[in-house]
Design a protein around this ligand. Structure first.
Ligand code: BEZ
Length: 237
């Protein structure tokens, strides 16, 4: 296939998640409508029966309950067919033991995408890396079907699941409390207030008039947000 044919405009943060119908290991899905009201992590992997992907799927399977507890559905995809997916997931469950994980059952849907229709729609084919395999893309889609964050990794790099979870909790927390989160934020740490939008608020903040608020300068103020106020702190890592 010509490189040009593989390149389609990529969906961006703030766009509606492109819609599609697909066959998966858990039956047919109508995306994103089947998941409206939930967060979704839609992720691609390069190929079934490959080692990095196997380590990732075992980890996704192990940690799925943590994402479910955060109201988030996992949906995977690769440019392989349904029977390859089924055979691979059976092999993972029956034969593979890795880092203390064994008998891991993947219960979330894995999309078959041999036509590359979905992978192309989501810009998961990056011909400079591979024309025949999807890169490791991660789309965070909110309960209204809006893409809120996108992370891409190359074929050789397995994803960091603590970071995927941290990003999800941070976005949910930002939505709930109208705050932002600083570099390396972890649940329970101070959060950032919206920047002062008027000279009066800037002055009040610098004059220490807002209880519990710490300002490093008028545009950079933080406040505590106790871990009890955060969605499901139990599984926080
Ligand atoms: C892997 O999952 O191990 C893999 C897949 C495609 C290319 C390189 C590595």
């Amino acid at each position: 296939m010509e490189t040009q044919e593989l390149i389609t405009p990529m969906p961006r943060i703030g766009d509606s998640a492109p819609a599609f119908k697909a066959i998966t290991t858990q039956g047919e899905i109508n995306f994103p409508f089947d998941y409206s009201g939930k967060w979704v992590i839609l992720f691609s992997h390069p190929a079934d029966f490959t080692p990095v992907c196997t380590s990732e799927f075992m980890t996704f399977a192990k940690r799925e309950p943590e994402f479910t507890a955060l109201g988030c559905q996992l949906v995977g995809l690769s440019i392989d067919g349904l029977y390859s997916h089924i055979a691979w997931l059976r092999t993972i469950k029956e034969k593979i033991e890795f880092k203390g994980m064994k008998n891991m059952e993947v219960k979330f849907p894995l999309i078959e995408d041999i036509t590359m229709e979905v992978a192309k729609k989501y810009g998961m084919i990056q011909p400079g890396e591979s024309s025949t395999k999807a890169v490791r893309a991660v789309f965070f889609i909110d309960p209204k079907g809006i893409i809120r964050a996108i992370i891409y990794y190359p074929l050789s790099l397995g994803r960091n699941f603590d970071e995927l979870k941290r990003a999800l909790i941070a976005m949910q927390t930002a939505d709930k409390y109208s705050i932002a989160t600083p570099a390396d934020w972890q649940p329970g740490e101070d959060v950032i207030l919206p920047t002062a939008g008027s000279c009066g608020v800037a002055k009040d903040r610098m004059d220490d008039k807002e209880e519990g608020v710490t300002c490093y300068d008028w545009f950079f103020c933080t406040k505590p947000l106790p871990i009890e106020k955060i969605n499901n702190p139990k599984h926080v890592v």
